[in-house]
Design a protein around this ligand. Structure first.
Ligand code: DQA
Length: 147
């Protein structure tokens, strides 16, 4: 069974109460439950993590190297700043999908820049919490050579 790491960056631990008009009312725990249930449906095992620390996110990506089959990363604000996370994804040599709850392209200009997109298979943004299961389907299709 393929294994995915679903990794969440800074401030995403506050989902549900953080700017609900932008990010919705679904908590990260709700999203984890959704992802685990979806993993069972589509035959994918799920590791789900969150950290507010760039180095811990990098360690988690290194930990997936040679062990897991795909990465779904909502790097939060590090998306727009972190060359180190970009390099970690390149070094891990596993396909990655960049994910955002909000449509970052409809927001401030600094959110239009992504270091992650340069090394990702694709980007999903603007679909709220549902983006996580969309990303799982997209990654599975990619691994099966369907996209
Ligand atoms: C986010 C978008 C980022 O710009 C922001 O810094 C976040 C959340 C999203 O999921 O929409 O923390 O990644």
């Amino acid at each position: 069974m393929p294994g995915f790491l679903i990794l969440n960056g800074p401030n995403l631990n506050l989902l549900g109460t953080r700017q609900p008009e932008v990010y919705g009312r679904t908590t990260l725990a709700d999203i984890e439950t959704m992802c685990r249930a979806h993993g069972e449906r589509i035959g994918v095992s799920v590791e789900f993590e969150q950290s507010n620390h760039e180095g811990a996110l990098i360690d988690a990506i290194h930990g997936a190297r040679g062990r897991l089959d795909g990465l779904i990363l909502n790097a939060g604000a590090y998306t727009h700043t972190s060359v180190a996370l970009m390099d970690a994804i390149s070094s891990a040599e596993i396909p990655a999908i960049e994910l955002h709850l909000s449509n970052v392209h409809a927001r401030e200009e600094f959110r239009h820049v992504s270091y992650i997109a340069r090394v990702a298979v694709g980007v999903i943004c603007g679909f709220g919490a549902r983006g996580y299961t969309l990303a799982m389907d997209a990654l599975q299709s990619h691994l099966e050579g369907r996209s």
